[in-house]
Structures are given as C-alpha cells and as structure tokens.
Design a protein around this ligand. Structure first.
Ligand code: RAM
Length: 458
C-alpha cells in the first residue's frame, strides 16, 4: 500500500505494529520506500543505473520481531509518500500497522509576512512552495536537499541565504555555514565547495569548484549587508581575500582568463549541462566576484588590501567586450567555441560587462538564435531571472518565473526540484531521475524575487 502524508516533510518516521488476534509467533518483514514525488514509489529502483550511491534511495527493510511494538526508522527521511510492502509474515496471526508519524524537523521558527493581496494565485502558490523548499533545507546547515546530499554547498548557500534574507530572516544559520566553510578550507587557502558535517565537520576532499569558492565572498557581503554584523566579515575577510588569487592565477595580460588551464584545474560548473561551453560565463562570474568582494572591502574599509581589483575589473571587462562580443548579433560567445548559451549572456549581464541596452539585446537575441544551449536546472534559471530584472525586462521576468516554477507547481510539486526541464520530465544529472532531489536548495529563490521586487511579481 502507499500512504500519502499530504505534504512534503523531512524528519523521522515512526510506526506501530500490533497483533489483531493471537500472539505474534514469528517476525514480520516489511519494506518501506519513501518518496518525495510519486515516481519514487512507483517505478522499479533496481537494477540501479544511477551514478550516485544507490543508498540515497529511501528504501529500508525492517524486521519486526515482536508485536505490539513501536519502531522508528533510524535514518532521517524526506518524503510525502510511503510505500509499504509485506515481504514475510507468519500465517498464524493477523496484524495491523498504525500510528504512522513523521517527527518533522527544520531550524526555521519565524513566519514571513503575508504577501500583498494583489498577488496572483499562481504567484502565491509559487511562493508557498518556495518557502516549503527553503524551510526543509534549513536544518543544522543550509542543506542542498534533505533527501540528497543533505549537506552544505556554497552555491546553494548563496541562493538560500538570499531567499532567507527576504523571508524568514534567520541569520545565524548562514553565519554558521560561513564559519564552517572557512574552518575547513584547504591548506592552499582555497575553499572547498561542500562540507560533510557529521560525525565531525570536514570538507569533501579535492572538491574545488571555481564559482563556488568565489561566491563565498558574495554570500559574506550579503550577510554583512543584511545583518550589519561587521565582526563576522572581519573574521572571515582573510579567507575572502585569498579566494581572489584564483582569478589572479588564471588572468592573462590581455584581460582574459586562461580558460583551458582553469577548466583543467578546477571544476567549472555553472549548470548541469554536459555540452555547455563555460569560458564566457567564467570570465563574467570572475568580474562579478571581484565587484562583490570590492564592495565587501568597502564595507570594512579594507579597499587598500585589494588595491589591484578595480584595474582587474576594468581590464577583464574590456577584454570580454573586445574578444567575446559580436555587436552584430548582440551575443557573447567564447574565443574558442562559438556556442551561444544562456549562461554566457547571463554572466556578461550580471557582471556589468554589458550596458542595460546591450543586455536586453542579448537576451532577446537568445530567443530567436539557433542551437542555443539553454538552462538545465533552476540554479542557472535563477540567474536568468536576475538578468531579466537587471535589464529592466519586467514582463519577461515575471512570465519566465511563472512558466518555469509554475510549471513544477502544475506538475504537482510540493517543493521545488533540483533539475527541471519543461520539455523533459526524465532529466537527471545522475542518469536516474528517482535519485534527483525534489526539495532542492537552489530552486527556492522565487520567494526572493517575489519579495524583493513586489512591483514586478506581486
Ligand atoms: C549537486 C548538489 C548541489 C550542487 C552541486 C554542484 O549535486 O546537490 O546542489 O551545488 O551539485
């Protein structure tokens, strides 16, 4: 049978078994399968074709040795649906399962203010699902997903704390995460992209993800702006300052990053999209990070410590314009590969390489251009919405947010998903969609847009 809890939750599952008539003369073996979405309890999980550990899938076999009894499954689960299969039992007695309970967990205690009455029903629904997603990812750290990987990643943290700053406004969790990341940075001074918290905090070794190391600085800057807690930023400033060496290492005389070298030595991510060519986005994100870090330095009165940064920004911006921009088409492409991608245009806009007008032209050109590499996850889609907002394309920003996240709502989402392509329901970065996370950090940002820009979204 399949039990529907009616909403998505994260926590510990407890159930009771009692004999309905005679003494329980033998054990009962039950198999529980927990699903965030119906497919996880509806499709066969084996043979498992996925690329991540099979054990992420939430199926557990429990042998009940006596009845009546109450049992709690030891692992923390994230689910709405519970499938129960009877694997073995005695023919001598009959039994019942009752009192199925989930002790749900989150570190959220605040409730955000209500949205304006004028907000449309779909916006209200999107914001509700977005808050559910954020709430369940807020545990002892900002997790990427309560089902998987249940841990802190810098890129997810950046977007989550942004969403939190406009909703729950519980700042201590971001502070804890920033210190954790800094505390386990590598001997070379660089940050690792993800921390495994238990049984004691340690990073995932060698997980050097280029953008994430740099986005730490933007997260720290946002934190100081939201809380005014300068002492946190002063503690962590040496870490932030050090990350800029990543850019310095690959910056060439002509103002371009040595992308080939960078790509060989770091994980350059931007999106789960195998064919994405990332040179332009890497150039843009670097400029963005330099600007954010300089802002942070200004808040702390430490500009002199990174006095070379304004000139780096100038040089890198000019180089992007000179070598990556096609003024005829209005689009940016790499110096090597000429692929036209959303990621490239987005990061040229967010870095301020384009003027507002040029940015708008690029975003409009994307719609009609051929062979465009489009986003595969809500992570890149977040930055797409931000670039539409930054270019003053309010109608498009609103429509895109409603189409994309509203599309998940229409497909029944209680929480937003790790990967979503409106044209491909089976998309998976791990070769098996049931192992995707369906309550995923980087998908929670509609609440940020809706509340930060009420004139556009409410
Ligand atoms: C996914 C994680 C996380 C993301 C990394 C890059 O596997 O779930 O969300 O930050 O990839």
């Amino acid at each position: 049978m399949i039990v529907d809890f009616g909403e998505h939750m994260t926590g510990y599952f407890t159930f009771s078994v009692n004999s309905l008539d005679k003494a329980a003369d033998g054990p009962i073996r039950l198999k529980f399968t927990f699903g965030e979405v119906p497919s996880e309890v509806a499709v066969p999980l084996d043979p498992y074709p996925g690329t991540l550990s099979r054990a992420w899938l939430q199926d557990e076999i429990i042998t009940v040795m006596e009845a009546p009894t109450t049992i709690t499954i030891p692992r923390r689960l994230a689910f709405r649906y519970v499938k129960i299969e009877l694997l073995a039992s005695s023919g001598y007695f009959d039994f019942a399962i009752n009192d199925m309970i989930c002790h749900a967990q989150t570190s959220v205690t605040n409730e955000p203010e209500k949205l304006s009455e004028s907000a449309s029903p779909i916006i209200k629904e999107i914001e509700k699902v977005s808050l559910n997603t954020l709430r369940e990812c807020m545990q002892t750290v900002y997790e990427d997903g309560p089902k998987r990987d249940q841990r802190l990643w810098i890129g997810d943290l950046y977007l989550q704390s942004m969403a939190n700053n406009y909703s729950f406004k519980q700042y201590d969790l971001a502070k804890r995460c920033l210190y954790l990341l800094a505390g386990v940075s590598d001997e070379n001074g660089y940050l690792l992209a993800t921390v495994i918290e238990k049984p004691y905090p340690r990073p995932q070794e060698n997980q050097f993800l280029f953008e994430y190391a740099l986005l730490f600085n933007a997260t720290l800057k946002d934190y100081v702006q939201a809380t005014g807690q300068r002492e946190v930023a002063e503690d962590l400033w040496p870490v932030a300052k050090k990350q800029l060496d990543i850019i310095r290492t690959y910056l060439q005389k002509d103002g371009l990053l040595d992308f080939q070298k960078l790509d060989g030595e770091w994980w350059v991510f931007f999106d789960w999209k195998e064919d994405l060519y990332k040179e332009v986005a890497a150039q843009g994100l670097s400029i963005f990070a330099l600007k954010e870090t300089y802002e942070l330095a200004k808040l702390l009165g430490k500009e002199k410590e990174i006095a070379d940064v304004p000139e780096m920004i100038r040089k890198m911006t000019a180089a992007a314009k000179k070598y990556m921009y096609d003024s005829k088409s209005g689009l940016f492409t790499g110096t090597g590969d000429k692929q036209i991608s959303y990621a490239s245009q987005i990061w040229m806009i967010l870095s301020g390489v384009t003027t507002k007008k040029e940015g708008e032209k690029a975003l409009r050109a994307l719609v009609t251009a051929e062979n465009v590499c489009y986003p595969g996850t809500p992570y890149l889609y977040h930055y797409y919405i931000q670039s539409l907002v930054d270019c003053g394309m309010e109608k498009e920003a609103r429509e895109s947010l409603i189409n994309y996240w509203g599309g998940m709502v229409e497909k029944g989402a209680d929480t937003f998903w790790e990967a979503y392509d409106p044209n491909n329901d089976f998309i998976s970065p791990y070769n098996f969609y049931p192992v995707n996370s369906y309550c995923h950090a980087w998908s929670c940002t509609p609440v940020y847009f809706i509340r930060k820009y009420p004139e556009i979204f409410q």
